[in-house]
Design a protein around this ligand. Structure first.
Ligand code: ATP
Ligand code: MN
Length: 479
C-alpha cells in the first residue's frame, strides 16, 4: 500500500478507509487491552495517534516498540474522540522497520535542553522543536526565491572560493592544497603560493556581493543566496563560522530604494511565515513562553506571533548614524555606565547592546541607520559629500541587533580607486571590480541579509546554533 503522509492524513476525514503510515515513535502508552502510539513522520509537527487493540500476537510486536523506533502501520482511519485532531488510526498490522533500544536512545520523551540537543545534532531533527525549525527554514528559503522571482530578480551563483577579500572586515578561512607539513618557501622565506592550487592565496568567501555587482551592472536586478564563511573567533549567540546570506544587488537603486527593498522583503518573509507555517509557529511560540516562565514580566519577549504581526504593521524608523549617536550618548544606560562599551562620541562603532537599545527601548520598532562614518565601513560604500560618512544602511531588529547590512555602492572610479589605495587593499586583486566603474558605471545598491539571523527572528529562538541544521562555530565541526 502506498504511504500516506501524516500531514495529509490529519487533514482528511475518510473514516473507514484503509491506509498505510510510516514514521518514528514519539511515545507509547499501554493499558490492559489497548496501546496508543504517537507516530510522527516530520511532514507536520503533529503526530498521529495509532490505536492498537491488544492480542497475544500483537503484544509481541508491541514489546519491541519504543520511542525512536521506525514503524509501518496499516490501519483504518477512525474519528478521534480527543480534541485537537479529527482522526486516529485503528491499527491492523504493525511492522517495526527499525527498532530503537530504549536503554540507548538518547531522545527520551521528556524535555531536553537545547545545549544537549546540539550534542546529538544527528538526532535532534526528531524533536518537535527542530522539526518545526526545519520546516520554517524551508518555507523561508522558498519565500526568498519567490519574492525575488515575483519582483524581477535573477538568482546568480557567486563563487565560494575567492582570491579577493571582499569586505576586508571578516577573518577568512584559507583554502589550500599545500602540504602543511612541508610548505614551499620563496627565497625570502615566505610561503610560495605560486605552488598552491590557484597559484595565489585563496579563501572561502565572506560575501558574494562584489560578483553580484558585476551581474547587476548587466541584468539590473540580481540576488545571491549562498553560504558565507567568517573565521572570526566570536563565540556569540548571533555568529556562525558558516552561515547563509541573501544578497540582492540592484542597478539604478540609490540608498533609499535599497532601504525600501530591505523593508519590503523582510515584511514579505514574515507575512509568508504567518500565512504558511502557523502550526510550527504556534508550537515555537508556546515553547518560547515556557522557556521564559522563570523570567520577570518585563524581561519576557513579546509573544512570537504578536511580535511578527507587530513588525509587519510598523514602518521601520530611519535615522542617521549621527542621530543614533546623539540618542545613545544621552541615554540612561550610557549615563549610568550600564553599557559595556560606553558611547563617548561620534565615530564609535555600534555594538549590539546599542543597536538593541535603539530598537527595543527607544523606538520600540525596527530601525534603519544610515550614513555611518566611512572609517568603520567597507571600501566600496558610496562616499557622501561631507567627506566623512558613507551611504551605508543597517537594519536593526529586536533581540537580534543587525539583521541586514547594506549600502549604495561607490560608482565613481576615482573615488573608489583612491579608497582602495587608502585602505591598503591590493589593487591587482580588484582590477575587474574597478573596471565596472570605467564602463557604463551607474548608481547601484544592495545589502546582505543573514539568513540565520532572520530565522532567529521568525522562530523566536535565542541561539543561532539552533536555527541551522549543522552549526559551525569555533572548535565545533562535528556532524
Ligand atoms: P555583525 O556586526 O553583527 O558581526 P557584520 O557587520 O560583520 O555583522 P555584514 O558583513 O554586514 O555583517 O554581513 C551582512 C549580514 O550577515 C549581517 O547583517 C548579519 O545578518 C549576517 N552576519 C554577519 N556575520 C554573521 C555571522 N558570523 N553569523 C551569522 N550571520 C552573520
Ligand atoms: Mn554589517
Amino acid at each position: 500500500m502506498k504511504r500516506t503522509e501524516i500531514k495529509t492524513l490529519l487533514e482528511s476525514t475518510d473514516y473507514g478507509k484503509t491506509v498505510n503510515v510510516k514514521g518514528w515513535v514519539r511515545t507509547k502508552r499501554e493499558s490492559k487491552n489497548v496501546a496508543f502510539i504517537a507516530l510522527n513522520d516530520g511532514s507536520t509537527i503533529k503526530s498521529v495517534q495509532i490505536v492498537v487493540d491488544k492480542n497475544p500476537e500483537i503484544e509481541k510486536i508491541l514489546d519491541n516498540i519504543h520511542t525512536g523506533a521506525a514503524l509501518s502501520v496499516n490501519g483504518t482511519i477512525i474519528e478521534s474522540p480527543g480534541k485537537g485532531q479529527k482522526v486516529e488510526i485503528q491499527a491492523k498490522e504493525i511492522e517495526v522497520l527499525g527498532p530503537a533500544d530504549p536503554e540507548e536512545y538518547p531522545l527520551q520523551p521528556k524535555k531536553h535542553t537545547l545545549e544537549f540537543l546540539r550534542e546529538i545534532a544527528h538526532l535532534r531533527f526528531r524533536t518537535n522543536t527542530f522539526g518545526a525549525i526545519t520546516r520554517v527554514r524551508h518555507a523561508m528559503i522558498f519565500a526568498i526565491h519567490k519574492y525575488f522571482t515575483e519582483n524581477g530578480f535573477y538568482n546568480i551563483h557567486t563563487p565560494i572560493i575567492t582570491a579577493s577579500d571582499a569586505e576586508g572586515a571578516g577573518e577568512m578561512f584559507q583554502v589550500t592544497t599545500l602540504d602543511l607539513n612541508n610548505i614551499p618557501k620563496t627565497d625570502d622565506g615566505e610561503v610560495d603560493f605560486r605552488k598552491d592550487f590557484f597559484g595565489k592565496p585563496a579563501n572561502l568567501t565572506v560575501s558574494g556581493q562584489l560578483e553580484a555587482e558585476l551581474a547587476a551592472l548587466a541584468l539590473s536586478k540580481v540576488y545571491t543566496f549562498g553560504p558565507t564563511f567568517r573565521a572570526e573567533n566570536s563565540n556569540t549567540s548571533r555568529h556562525l563560522a558558516e552561515f547563509w546570506m541573501i544578497e540582492p544587488e540592484v542597478a539604478f537603486y540609490d540608498i533609499n530604494d535599497d532601504m525600501d527593498l530591505a523593508e519590503d522583503m523582510v515584511k514579505y518573509l514574515i507575512r509568508y511565515a504567518l500565512e504558511n507555517c502557523m502550526d510550527d509557529l504556534g508550537f515555537l511560540s508556546k515553547r518560547q513562553q515556557d522557556e521564559e516562565k522563570s523570567k520577570k514580566a518585563d524581561e519576557r519577549s513579546m509573544e512570537l506571533i504578536e511580535k511578527l504581526r507587530f513588525v509587519i504593521d510598523q514602518e521601520f524608523e530611519r535615522i542617521t548614524y549621527t542621530e543614533a549617536i546623539d540618542i545613545l550618548r544621552n541615554s540612561k544606560p550610557n549615563k549610568k555606565k550600564k553599557f559595556q562599551y560606553l558611547i563617548e562620541g561620534w565615530g564609535a562603532d555600534l555594538q549590539s547592546e546599542h543597536e538593541r537599545y535603539l530598537v527595543e527601548k527607544h523606538f520600540k520598532k525596527p530601525v534603519i541607520i544610515t550614513d555611518y562614518p566611512k572609517d568603520i565601513k567597507a571600501f566600496y560604500m558610496k562616499q557622501n559629500d561631507d567627506g566623512r560618512t558613507v551611504r551605508a544602511m543597517d537594519v536593526l531588529f529586536p533581540q537580534i541587533g543587525e539583521i541586514i547590512g547594506g549600502s549604495q555602492r561607490e560608482d565613481d572610479y576615482d573615488k573608489l580607486y583612491n579608497r582602495i589605495k587608502e585602505m591598503g587593499i591590493p589593487e591587482e586583486s580588484m582590477w575587474w571590480y574597478l573596471e565596472t566603474r570605467k564602463f557604463g558605471s551607474v548608481i547601484h545598491s544592495g545589502f546582505g541579509l543573514g539568513f540565520e539571523r532572520m530565522m532567529l527572528f521568525v522562530t523566536g529562538m535565542g541561539n543561532i546554533r539552533d536555527v541551522i541544521p549543522f552549526p559551525r562555530t569555533p572548535l565545533n565541526c562535528e556532524f
